[in-house]
Design a protein around this ligand. Structure first.
Ligand code: FAD
Ligand code: NAP
Length: 454
């Protein structure tokens, strides 16, 4: 049996790790090939300074930016088979910056021979399925050697992420706006916005985090324009929320409450599309960013074609540990350890989750939903159990912390459900921590003082 994986971000790596763990337990695993269009693994966490196209003319995948710190406590995403304590050898704070989380993701996978399974600089271009052989043919593009070729697989795992292709709505008059306009996907840090008046359109995580980062680094004013509802945080002086932009006149944006303001720059924080240009239309997911994408049994197995697996396609409270739970489940489906029920049963199960999703009213309901979903997966495989229900409590405290102080919630310390270790206080308060490098993050306070003095 041959298994193809598209993408070596946290989800694709979770799939490789799931097979490796079976192999360590003495199970014969299938032949696996993972295709990654970037030159390294880590997906979103593999920072790139580039925007637009990469060195091979490939659309840039990365949407992460400089000075990005985790927006949820690390205790909520910890792998249950590889703790932060094991990786760093000492407690670290609850909200590490990107480079530190990238290092943690790498730490687990570097202990295996996973790199041997991955073909880097290789983009999946097209997938077709042969009903007679029950196999997929994947057309691949080896960008470094400018060579296309095909490979045949019995199962295909799509782990290509869904926070990469921007949703770019049009606003009347925006084409005449004289300042810079970009989507959050192309934002690479607050530096260009220092001393400027910035408009962010969108009312979710990107708008919140880019807005707060820009405020922290010295943007003169940050205006957040929402469509459905305000985020409603107690914003500091220099940040404010307004309802949706109705139109632009030159450098002035008009809002639906009748007010207007002049801006230097606009960033569209309007979310991302689920985009699968390499899949024929009948295999594509068409949902927006939601907790339970339609068509996926257990949020993983494509119901119309169960040899097609999707990982990480949900909106995410849980991340790395949920991808693990999905990957372990997918592994057992592919290896036949978990027998899939008939399609009608699977349809019913999907309908059950979709109905539960429809009943969600609050962010706490979101958390409970994703906890119950992940719990079901964890219980169905040998993925090391962890106290998901406790993690749900941490998420709810995190939501509360943000309500209390959107600028300082990252200074809180949580306790790991994997090791019982309480996070260390970071040596610098988040609002004063301008250097997000791993070197600075891991250096101790005395060392920092010495560096500052010299
Ligand atoms: C700005 C931003 C900040 C975030 N911050 C956090 C955070 O603080 N905490 C958190 O837990 N999560 C965060 N996330 C969520 C993040 O998406 C997940 O943590 C995680 O990266 C998802 O993993 P993934 O493997 O599913 O997708 P990705 O990380 O997107 O990886 C997908 C991989 O597939 C590859 N790929 C795509 N198409 C192809 C193709 N055709 N052929 C070959 N390879 C392909 C890509 O190059 C990429 O390496 C953030 C997301 C964004 C956008
Ligand atoms: N530091 C960090 O860790 C960090 C930073 C940034 C992002 N992230 C992650 O990145 C992921 C994506 O977050 P996101 O905020 O980019 O996407 P998102 O959560 O999907 O939110 C998209 C936002 O765009 C708005 N929108 C969509 N179309 C619009 C339109 N036509 N006009 C006005 N507004 C429109 C939506 O408004 P409605 O509510 O009206 O639909 C919503 O507020 C999340 O998982 C998040 O955790 C993390």
């Amino acid at each position: 049996m041959r298994i193809g994986i598209i993408g070596a971000g946290p989800s694709g790596l979770a799939q490789l790790r799931a097979f490796e763990s079976a192999q360590r337990a003495g199970v014969n695993i299938p032949e696996i090939v993972c295709f990654e269009k970037q030159s390294n693994w880590g997906g979103m966490w593999n920072y790139t300074w580039r925007t637009g196209l990469d060195e091979f003319g490939e659309p840039i995948h990365g949407s992460m930016y400089r000075y990005l710190w985790s927006n949820g406590p690390k205790e909520c995403l910890e792998f249950s088979d590889y703790s932060f304590d094991e990786h760093f050898g000492r407690p670290i704070s609850s909200y590490p910056p990107r480079e530190v989380l990238f290092d943690y993701i790498q730490g687990r996978i570097e202990k295996s021979n996973a790199r041997d399974f991955i073909r880097f600089n290789t983009a999946a271009r097209w997938v077709s399925f042969d009903e007679d052989t029950q196999q997929f043919t994947v057309v691949l593009d080896d960008r470094a050697n400018d060579r296309t070729y095909t490979e045949v697989f019995d199962y295909l795992v799509v782990a290509s992420g869904h926070f990469s292709v921007p949703n770019m709505p049009h606003f009347k008059g925006i084409e005449d706006f004289p300042g810079t306009i970009k989507h959050a996907h192309d934002f690479r840090g607050a530096d260009p916005y220092i001393g400027r008046d910035l408009l962010l359109i969108g009312g979710s995580y990107s708008a919140e985090d880019i807005g707060v980062q820009c405020h922290k680094y010295g943007t003169k004013s940050v205006t957040l324009s929402y469509r459905s509802q305000p985020m409603g945080f107690d914003w500091p002086k220099g940040m404010e929320e307004k309802p949706l932009v109705t139109h632009f006149e030159g450098d002035v944006a008009h809002f639906s409450d009748g007010t207007s303001k002049r801006f230097d720059d606009v960033i569209l924080c309007t979310g991302y599309q689920h985009n699968f240009p390499f899949l024929p239309s009948e295999y594509r997911l068409e949902n927006n960013n939601c907790l339970y994408p339609d068509k996926l049994y257990k949020g993983v197995v494509f119901n119309e074609q169960p040899r097609l697996i999707f990982l990480g396609m949900q909106d995410q409270y849980f991340t790395f540990n949920m991808f693990d739970a999905q990957a372990w489940f997918a592994r057992d489906v592919m290896m036949g350890t978990i027998a899939l029920p008939e399609k009608a049963e699977r349809d019913k199960d999907i309908a059950k989750w979709l109905a539960k999703q429809d009943a969600i009213e609050t962010p706490n309901d979101d958390v409970d939903f994703q906890t119950a979903y992940t719990r079901e997966l964890v219980d169905s495989t040998d993925y090391p159990d962890f106290n998901l229900e406790k993690v749900a409590e941490l998420f709810k405290s995190w939501l509360q912390d943000k309500e209390e102080d959107i600028l300082r919630y990252r200074d809180k310390c949580y306790t790991s459900v994997v090791t019982g270790t309480k996070a260390a206080e970071h040596h610098t308060e988040w609002m004063a921590a301008l250097d997000d490098s791993m070197e600075c993050y891991l250096s101790d306070e005395e060392e920092l003082k010495k560096q500052k003095a010299s």
